[in-house]
Design a protein around this ligand. Structure first.
Ligand code: SAH
Ligand code: SF4
Length: 421
């Protein structure tokens, strides 16, 4: 297939991810960002270094990449002078290209980024008094069609590679001037919740937390998201604690267990409704994985506990999911499934063409009060970056959604053309 940008296999129920870990570059060089250390050594060995050398060089370069943020082999002073041009001829240390950078009047920053094969996606940084959260994209577009979400009106262009995912974090560190700084990890085997007890501090950093809540459904690109987050969490890599990383899913039940086991990050679930009729309508994946299955999977999420609660995200849509009865039902469900949970109430962020209205402030307060009264935390999120379309659910770049029938027609035409060729 000549067009490597299409990742969706038409005719399947689930989006099938085509493995493509590194986006090919026109100049033929390989981008080492996002490649695990062991694989860097393999790539060097293939490029004719002897295995011992390859391993040593991989170790040195890995440190320069993720601890120092270096993007030029010439700056790697512990590599021999002849080695550096040899590397530069074959490899790059890329960053996503910045097409546009915007700053909201509340300090939220949004970047429009471009992959080397020309696709655009977005990332957002939300500074707060005590933390700074980077909202990272996992896919360009989304296969799911949540009716209140702007990204949901885009087709899935393709999954982001590990390099394009971890590249967002590295770009943010570049932009915030945060290379190099001390450790951000928690010592191995240390389960203390109090960061001060572990001797761990945020170290005066601006970027302290990561949420996989940008464009796309991270669990439909699990392998690449996992590989990227492993680099983010690796003590020898970006060294950010898994406790500071949250992955949000619309409810891809079959992958939730693996997410907990293989990554152990905090889980957020886009619940948004308390009964089948409404959730089927606004979060259509519910027709495939229903509320019962979803809440069961939450109960079994590895690592969830009273000190590491699952977050239920709940967008407040006027007259759709915001009644007092909904709030009581939400409490009942959390209790019925015995979930260590907190609820984030997100005022609906409008976008051009959206059909919903945000619930009134009084309605949201009443809803929040009912959940709080049951002993479950239910803060109302302050929308951030609305003026630059950076708030939850407002991210969108240019690819229009095509109907399933249209995608099938295109695939058939492509197959026909390939057969004729
Ligand atoms: N695909 C993942 C993560 C990205 S969306 C997921 O759905 O969980 C991040 C959060 O923003 C989700 O909870 C999503 O439901 C919510 N969201 C989407 N559109 C929104 C909107 N217009 N207003 C407020 N929140 C929205
Ligand atoms: Fe996709 Fe999440 Fe938007 Fe739903 S809310 S369309 S899953 S990005």
């Amino acid at each position: 297939m000549s067009d490597t940008s299409l990742m969706q296999i038409p005719g399947q129920v689930d989006p099938v991810t085509v493995p493509r870990a590194i986006t090919p570059r026109e100049d033929g060089r390989i981008d080492l960002i996002g490649v695990p250390r062991a694989q860097i050594a393999e790539i060097f060995a293939e490029a004719s270094l002897d295995p011992k050398q390859a391993k040593l060089r991989a170790k040195q370069i890995y440190h320069w990449l993720y601890h120092r943020g270096v993007t030029d082999f010439e700056q790697m002073t512990d590599l021999g002078k002849a080695m550096r041009p040899w590397l530069a001829e074959r490899f790059v240390l890329g960053r996503p290209e910045i097409v546009e950078a915007q700053i909201s009047n509340d300090g939220t920053r949004k970047w429009l980024l471009k992959t080397t094969d020309g696709h655009e996606y977005e990332m957002v940084f939300i500074p707060d008094a005590t933390r700074g959260t980077l909202c990272v994209s996992s896919q360009i577009g989304c296969t799911l069609n949540c009716t209140f979400c702007h990204t949901g009106t885009m087709r899935l262009v393709r999954n982001l590679t590990p390099g394009e995912i971890v590249g967002q974090v590295m770009l943010a560190r570049d932009a915030l001037g945060e290379w190099p700084k001390g450790r951000m990890d928690v010592p191995e085997g240390d389960d203390t919740e109090d960061e001060n007890e572990t001797g761990y501090t945020a170290d005066g950093r601006l970027l302290t937390n990561i949420v996989m809540m940008g464009m796309g459904e991270p669990l439909y690109n699990f392998d690449n998201v996992r590989d990227a987050l492993k680099l983010v969490m690796d003590g020898e890599g970006l060294a950010l604690s898994k406790r500071r990383i949250t992955l949000s899913t619309s409810g891809v039940v079959p992958l939730m267990q693996r997410c907990g086991e293989e990554l152990g990050v905090n889980l957020a679930v886009s619940l948004h409704a308390t009964n089948k009729v409404v959730r089927d309508e606004i979060v259509p994946i519910n027709r495939k994985y229903g509320l019962h299955e979803l809440l069961n999977a939450c109960g079994e999420y590895p690592g969830a506990s009273n000190s590491r609660r699952i977050t239920f995200e709940y967008v407040m849509l006027k007259d759709k999911n915001d009644s007092d009865e909904d709030a009581h039902e939400l409490v009942r469900l959390i209790e019925q499934y015995g979930l260590p949970a907190k609820v984030n109430l997100i005022p609906f962020n409008p976008w051009p063409g959206s059909v919903y209205e945000c619930s009134t402030p009084e309605r949201i307060k009443s809803f929040s009060g009912i959940v709080f009264d049951a002993g479950i935390s239910a803060p109302i999120r302050t929308p951030r970056g609305r003026d630059i379309d950076a708030a939850c659910g407002q991210l969108k770049t240019s690819a229009e959604k095509k109907s399933r029938a249209q995608l099938d027609r295109e695939a058939a035409a492509e197959a026909e053309a390939a057969a004729e060729a």
